[in-house]
Design a protein around this ligand. Structure first.
Ligand SMILES: Nc1ncnc2c1ncn2[C@@H]1O[C@H](COP(=O)(O)OP(=O)(O)OP(=O)(O)O)[C@@H](O)[C@H]1O
Ligand SMILES: [Mg+2]
Length: 246
C-alpha cells in the first residue's frame, strides 16, 4: 500500500505528521481506487485543494477537514464504497421519490446517497434550519461547511452538553420546525448528531432524512423525538414528551 500513500502525499498535499500510522490505515480503509480518483477530480475542479486531517472514522464513511485554495476550511464526508454501506442506506433510498431513477449498482446507490445528503442539507438550510452549508457533491463525496477549530471539530452535545439547556433546546426546536415545514424527517436525530457550536445547535448527518412521500416518514420522526426527550430529560428534569410534538 506504500504506492497509494505516495500518490496521496504527492497529489493531495500536506499531511500532518501526527496522523502518521492512523492516516496510513485510513488511506487503505477509505481511499479505494475509485475514491482516490473522485477526490482527485474534486481537486482538479478546484473545489478543495488539500486534505488536512481526519475528523471522524466510521463504518460507512469518514469525515476529513479539507482546505480550499483560498485557505477556507471544509468538512469532506466520504462514503465507503462497500456492501455494508449499501445495505444500511437501501431502505432510505427505496421509497424516496426524489431518487426514483437513480442507478442500481451498489456503487451508484452510494453515489445517490451522497446526493441525498447534499440535497437534504440544502433543503433544510433553505428552510432556515441550522445545518452545515453544503458546497458540493461528487460521486461518494460531500463537501460542506466545517464546524470546528483548526484541528478539532466542535463537540457534539453528547460530548459537551449545553450550559443553558432550555435556551439551547429552544434553538434546536426552531431548526426542527424549519425542516418539518419542508416536510422532512431527519431519521437519526440524537445527541450524537447535534453539534454544539459555542452554545448554538447544528444538526448534522442528514443522509437518511426522507420526505413525507416516504413510508418511514412518520415513524422516523417519532423515533427522533423520543431520542431527544430521553436525552433532554437528563438536563431539564421536568420536561414532558409533549414538548417534542414538533
Ligand atoms: N460539517 C462538519 N464539521 C465538523 N465536523 C463534522 C461535520 N460533519 C461531521 N463532523 C464530525 O464527524 C462525525 C461523523 O459525522 P456524521 O455523523 O455526519 O457521519 P456518520 O458517518 O454518520 O458517523 P457516525 O456513524 O459516527 O454517526 C461527527 O460526529 C462530527 O464530529
Ligand atoms: Mg453521525
Amino acid at each position: 500500500m506504500q504506492g497509494r500513500t505516495e500518490v496521496l502525499d504527492r497529489k493531495i498535499g500536506r499531511i500532518n505528521a501526527t496522523y502518521g500510522q492512523d492516516w496510513k490505515k485510513t488511506i487503505d480503509d477509505v481511499f479505494d481506487e475509485v475514491t482516490l480518483k473522485n477526490l482527485q477530480q474534486l481537486i482538479s475542479q478546484g473545489i478543495i485543494s488539500t486534505i488536512e486531517n481526519v475528523i471522524a472514522t466510521g463504518k460507512e464513511g469518514n469525515v476529513f477537514r479539507a482546505r480550499t485554495i483560498r485557505g477556507e476550511n471544509r468538512a469532506v464526508k466520504i462514503y465507503r464504497i462497500n456492501t455494508a454501506t449499501f445495505r444500511k442506506l437501501e431502505k432510505y433510498i427505496e421509497g424516496d421519490t426524489r431518487f426514483k431513477n437513480s442507478g442500481n449498482s451498489p456503487r451508484e446507490r452510494i453515489f445517490t446517497w451522497a446526493q441525498k445528503e447534499y440535497k437534504n442539507l440544502h433543503s433544510m438550510r433553505a428552510a432556515g434550519a441550522n445545518v452545515p452549508k453544503p458546497y458540493h457533491v461528487h460521486k461518494n463525496i460531500v463537501v460542506m461547511q466545517y464546524l470546528g477549530w483548526r484541528f478539532r471539530p466542535y463537540p457534539t452535545i453528547r460530548e459537551l452538553p449545553p450550559k443553558e439547556p432550555e435556551k439551547f433546546l429552544l434553538m434546536l426546536k426552531e431548526s426542527i420546525k424549519s425542516y418539518r415545514n419542508q416536510k422532512l424527517s431527519h431519521g437519526d436525530l440524537s445527541e450524537y448528531n447535534i453539534i454544539n457550536r459555542r452554545e448554538e445547535p447544528f444538526i448534522i448527518d442528514v443522509g437518511q432524512a426522507v420526505p413525507d412521500s416516504h413510508p418511514l416518514y412518520s415513524q422516523l420522526h417519532e423515533r427522533d423525538m423520543k431520542n431527544l426527550h430521553r436525552f433532554w430529560k437528563k438536563y431539564i428534569p421536568n420536561i414532558k414528551k409533549e414538548e417534542f410534538q414538533i
